[in-house]
Design a protein around this ligand. Sequence first.
Ligand SMILES: [Zn+2]
Length: 204
Amino acid sequence: MKECLLCETRLTASLSWKSLLGMDKQALICTKCLGQFQRINIKENTGFSQVASLYSYNEAMRNYLHQFKFLQDVALAGVFANELRRYLPKEATIVPIPMHPEKLAARTFAHVDEVLKYADIPFVHLLEKTGTESMGEKSKKERLAMDPLFKLRQHSTINPNAFYILIDDIYTTGTTLRHAVTVLKEAGAKRIEAVTLIRAKRQL
Ligand SMILES: [Zn+2]
């Protein structure tokens, strides 16, 4: 018998028609834990692109992210897999926001990639990080304002007719996505949207 990955309560198997047809993966967390996440449906035109977010950043989500990203509990990648797969249009080319190699080494896995892999969503890495992560907070802020955060990956080609969707875990200020959209646009992409799992409140 499986246990909920968050509270360790025993999971009772629920057989929906979707799970019988193999469309949905088995639940990894219990319904009580699932109920603590707040599903939202935000699709906002930010000025640089449409950004959609699936969940709000509440206490449950904060704990989930901590366990997934910082305690490196890779099994948690699957918690929102069904929801994300249902949401993303099949015809879109999915482009994850990349991690800096230094950060990737520290975290051991790219959490956004792991979510997509678990959900069987094909994706392509078109972007790579520029600069280093290990700069101080102040210089990092200054750098955010000026220098590009990403560049097009070597040997990547952009299809002007493709529909690109950038994927990131959390939308906060929009700086990351804005930079990523700019790089793809300059490389010739015409239609770009973004989807994040979580929408954080703007820090004013
Ligand atoms: Zn639970």
